[in-house]
Design a protein. Structure first.
Length: 485
C-alpha cells in the first residue's frame, strides 16, 4: 500500500501543483443480522483503492481508482489534474491552506480480540440467543439483532513528506423488540437505537454489552409501553439518558460547528449553521456547567471519531467547543482554517472510503462529565420527565430549532420513577436548551456512544462519530407535542 501511494504521489506531482496527497485504503467488513429466530443478513465485503487529491491552478482536483497498476494510477493522476485545471475556469479565489508539518507515523487502534478471527457461527449463536430471549416475552411481534465489524487500513502520503499508516477496528452490536397491539407499534432498543453501540474495539465489545442478559428487560418494556400513560404536554424539567443526550449533542452542537457549513460551502443534510464567525468567543451557548470538546485523540476513548491523524495528515487534537457555557471553537480543515483566520486545522477531515474526497466530519464531540451524582440529577427537581433512547429527530436548516422523540419515558417525583410514559418527545432552540442545563452526572455515568450512520455530502458519505455524555437535567423544556393524540 505504501509503494502504491508513493507511486501515485509521484504521478501527480508536476509543475504547477501546489500540494497533493494520496490515500490508499483497504476496508474489510462483516455484517450479521437475525430476525424472529432466523438469520437475516450474513455478508462480508472487501474494498481496496486509491484516492488522489491535488491542488493546482488555485483549485482542487480529485480522482480515485481501484486499478492499482501503474497504468491505472497514472490515469487517475491525469484525471485529478484535469479536474483541477477545469475547475480553475470558474474559481472565485485561489484555495489557501493553513500550514502543517510533515508527519511520519504508524498507529493501530488497540483491540483484545480480532473480530474477524471469530467465526460467523459464533456471531449468529449470540444473536439467536438474544432473539430467543426477546420472543419469550408474550406480545413481542418482531425481534431483530445485529453485529457489524470493520477493519480499515490506510496509508496517507503527501507532498509535505508525510507518510502515515493507520489501521482502525470498529465493532458494533445491538437489538430491538417491537410490539404491535391495537394499531400501535412500540419499540425498545438496546443498548441504543439504530443498531446499538459502536466503538473502536474488537470482539470484546460484544461481551461488554451483555446482550443476552438485557434482552428480557427490553422485551418486557416494549410490551408494557402499550399500557403506559401518554407522555403529558407542557413545560417540564427534562432528564435525558446519555445515549439520547449523545444525539442531542450530534445535532445541536456537532453539525453547527462544522466550519464548511458556517462558511457556506456545505449546505447538504439540513443546511448550514447559526454559528457564524462573529459569534465565536461571544455567544453564550450553554449554562456555566456546559463544557464540550471535539477530541479525536485515543486518550479520549474508543470513539468512532478516534484516530491518530485525519485524512489530510493533521494530528488528532482536542479542541474546546464550549467552555463554561461560552462558544469557543469550530471543527476545521486546512482550507477552512485559513479562510476563517485560524492558525491551523484541528484535524477533522475524513472520507468514508478511497473513492471520496475528505470532508469536515465530527470526531468525538463530547459533553464533559459534571460534578453531580446521579441522585442529584434525578432528585434536584421535585417533578421531571426522564427520557431514554432516541426514536426520531428533526432540526431546521440552521441547526437551531429541533424536536426529538424517544422510545420510553418515566415521570419522576422527588427523585423516584412513579410511572412509565409512552410516546415521549421534547423540542426547543439549541442555545436556549443548553442554557437550561442544570445538572450533569459525573464520570462514573459517562459513556462514549458511537453514531455509525451520520450522512453528509453529495455523493453521500456515511461516517461514524462519537459522543460522550452523562445523564443531565434541563429546566423548563417543552415536552410531549410530537406524538400527542
Amino acid at each position: 500500500m505504501k509503494d502504491v501511494a508513493l507511486q501515485a504521489l509521484d504521478a501527480v506531482t508536476r509543475p504547477g501543483v501546489a500540494y497533493a496527497d494520496v490515500r490508499v485504503v483497504d476496508v474489510r467488513e462483516r455484517e450479521v443480522t437475525t430476525k424472529n429466530g432466523k438469520p437475516g443478513h450474513v455478508g462480508s465485503s472487501e474494498s481496496l483503492g486509491a484516492g488522489i487529491r491535488v491542488l493546482a491552478w488555485g483549485c482542487w482536483g480529485f480522482a480515485a481508482t481501484d486499478d492499482l497498476t501503474p497504468a491505472g494510477i497514472e490515469a487517475a493522476a491525469r484525471l485529478a489534474l484535469d479536474i483541477a485545471r477545469a475547475s480553475s475556469a470558474a474559481r472565485k479565489h485561489d484555495v489557501v491552506l493553513a500550514p502543517e508539518e510533515k508527519h511520519e507515523a504508524a498507529w493501530v487502534s488497540p483491540i483484545a480480540v480480532d473480530p474477524f478471527a471469530v467465526p460467523v457461527d459464533r456471531n449468529l449463536g449470540v444473536l439467536l440467543a438474544v432473539d430467543a430471549e426477546l420472543r419469550r416475552q408474550r406480545g413481542v411481534s418482531l425481534a431483530e439483532a445485529s453485529m457489524h465489524f470493520e477493519r480499515r487500513s490506510q496509508v496517507f502520503v503527501s507532498t509535505l513528506g508525510s507518510v502515515i499508516d493507520q489501521t482502525r477496528y470498529l465493532s458494533g452490536a445491538g437489538f430491538s423488540a417491537l410490539s404491535y397491539q391495537d394499531g400501535e407499534i412500540q419499540r425498545r432498543s438496546y443498548p441504543n437505537s439504530f443498531g446499538g453501540q459502536y466503538q473502536l474495539k474488537g470482539y470484546e465489545l460484544i461481551d461488554e454489552l451483555r446482550l443476552v442478559e438485557n434482552a428480557p428487560r427490553i422485551a418486557e418494556e416494549a410490551v408494557e409501553l402499550h399500557s403506559a400513560d401518554q407522555c403529558p404536554e407542557g413545560e417540564f424539567d427534562l432528564i435525558l439518558d446519555s445515549s439520547q443526550l449523545g444525539l442531542q449533542i450530534h445535532e445541536s452542537i456537532g453539525h453547527p460547528i462544522e466550519l464548511d457549513r458556517v462558511l457556506g460551502s456545505e449546505a447538504n443534510y439540513a443546511g448550514m449553521s447559526f454559528l457564524t464567525l462573529d459569534r465565536l468567543h461571544r455567544l453564550r451557548y450553554g449554562s456555566e456547567i456546559v463544557n464540550v470538546v471535539c477530541d479525536a485523540r485515543p486518550e479520549h476513548g474508543p470513539g468512532l471519531g478516534t484516530f491518530a491523524f485525519d485524512d489530510e495528515g493533521v494530528p488528532a487534537q482536542s479542541t474546546d467547543i464550549i467552555r463554561n457555557g461560552r462558544f469557543t471553537g469550530y471543527m476545521a480543515s486546512r482550507e477552512t482554517a485559513a479562510a476563517a483566520g485560524l492558525a491551523r486545522s484541528n484535524g477533522t477531515m475524513r472520507a468514508d472510503g478511497w473513492g471520496r474526497l475528505p470532508l469536515i466530519r465530527m470526531t468525538n464531540v463530547s459533553l464533559l462529565p459534571g460534578e453531580q451524582s446521579l441522585e442529584e440529577v434525578f432528585g434536584g427537581a421535585g417533578h421531571a420527565i426522564y427520557m431514554e433512547t432516541n426514536r426520531s429527530w428533526s432540526i431546521d436548516d440552521k441547526r437551531y430549532n429541533f424536536q426529538f422523540g424517544c422510545e420510553i419515558a418515566w415521570e419522576i417525583r422527588d427523585g423516584r420513577r412513579v410511572r412509565m410514559l409512552k410516546n415521549p418527545s421534547y423540542s426547543g432552540i439549541s442555545t436556549e436548551f443548553w442554557n437550561a442545563c442544570a445538572a450533569i452526572a459525573g464520570r462514573d455515568h459517562w459513556t462514549l456512544w458511537g453514531v455509525p450512520n451520520c450522512g453528509k455530502g453529495q455523493p453521500e458519505q456515511v461516517m461514524g462519530t462519537g459522543h460522550g455524555a452523562s445523564p443531565a437535567r434541563f429546566r423548563g423544556v417543552r415536552v410531549g407535542g410530537a406524538y400527542a393524540g
